[in-house]
Ligand binder design. Structure first.
Ligand SMILES: O=C(O)CCC(=O)C(=O)O
Ligand SMILES: [Fe+2]
Length: 204
């Protein structure tokens, strides 16, 4: 049987060579369904806020999702297995790629139908502490005609689309690949995560 650790090792190897990879079925379906239910309930209860762009303002034409950050020291029962898996992955990436990742951050995101996130890089002009981006999708029964793909612009003018299907984790180097979220015909839910190195200039 392939263990999670074996799959993470394979992901680390692919990330080292290509700078990106996609993992299916990160968590058991039931754990993903519980995350989806929590995310949907937060959205319904108006506990999410319109996401901001680099200028610090909300700009729905560029970015139409609503987000809510995980409180890493007060995780919900739904969030715990997810963060545990991400932290295991972070430690493995540190061991095999020497990335010096000191922490992870994560937020739920809900994109209403038609919302997009225009092409962008997850680092601001290379000054950001984000090294690895990890996006986990929560949407059951997602079909290609529903839209909403993550489009990764790869090095050589090629792009790769990832469907936001429940259980799929997209991983890529934050400073290397521009990407965008295409509009969908349905509500689209995810968890966006970043593994961070120590802030330049921060105390050790
Ligand atoms: O949801 C996605 O597929 C990607 C989201 C994204 O690019 C971001 O939050 O920076
Ligand atoms: Fe992004």
């Amino acid at each position: 049987m392939t263990t999670l650790v074996d799959r993470f090792q394979a992901a680390a190897d692919t990330l080292a060579v290509d700078g990106w990879c996609v993992l299916g079925q990160l968590l058991p379906a039931e754990a993903t369904a519980v995350l989806a239910a929590e995310c949907a309930a937060m959205h319904t209860a108006h506990r999410m806020t319109p996401a901001r762009v680099g200028t610090g303002q909300s700009a729905p034409a560029l970015r139409g999702d609503h987000t809510r950050w995980f409180e890493m020291n007060a995780l919900s029962a739904a969030q715990q297995p997810f963060v545990e898996a991400i932290e295991t992955l972070r430690h493995m990436l540190n061991r095999s790629l020497m990335l010096g990742l000191v922490e992870s951050e994560a937020h739920y995101a809900v994109y209403p139908p038609g919302a997009r996130y225009a092409r962008h890089l997850d680092q601001l002009r290379g000054r950001d502490a984000r090294v690895v981006s990890a996006v986990y999708y929560l949407n059951a029964d997602w079909e290609p005609e529903d839209g909403g793909a993550l489009r990764l612009y790869l090095d050589d003018d090629h792009s790769h689309d990832v469907l936001p299907r429940a259980g799929t984790l997209a991983l890529f180097l934050s400073g290397r690949f521009e990407h965008e979220v295409l509009p969908a015909t349905r509500e689209r839910m995810s968890i966006a995560c970043w593994m961070r190195r120590r802030e330049p200039g921060a105390l050790p």
